[in-house]
Design a protein around this ligand. Structure first.
Ligand SMILES: [Zn+2]
Length: 53
């Protein structure tokens, strides 16, 4: 029997919906889940390129 545990979900920081970690974009608000998880943007969608500024 397949025990389906926690799928790989994250909570979208923008719309607070559960979305797949593997989703590139949040299907609800089009937030860039993938780049956010990669640390390239913050939860506001601002790009994190240059830390020191
Ligand atoms: Zn969202």
């Amino acid at each position: 029997m397949n025990n389906v545990k926690n799928e790989e979900y994250v909570i979208c920081p923008r719309c607070k919906q559960q979305v797949y970690k593997e989703a590139i974009l949040c299907p609800f608000c089009k937030f860039g889940i993938m780049v956010w998880l990669a640390g390239k943007i913050d939860e506001n969608g601002d790009s994190i390129k240059d830390k020191s500024r």
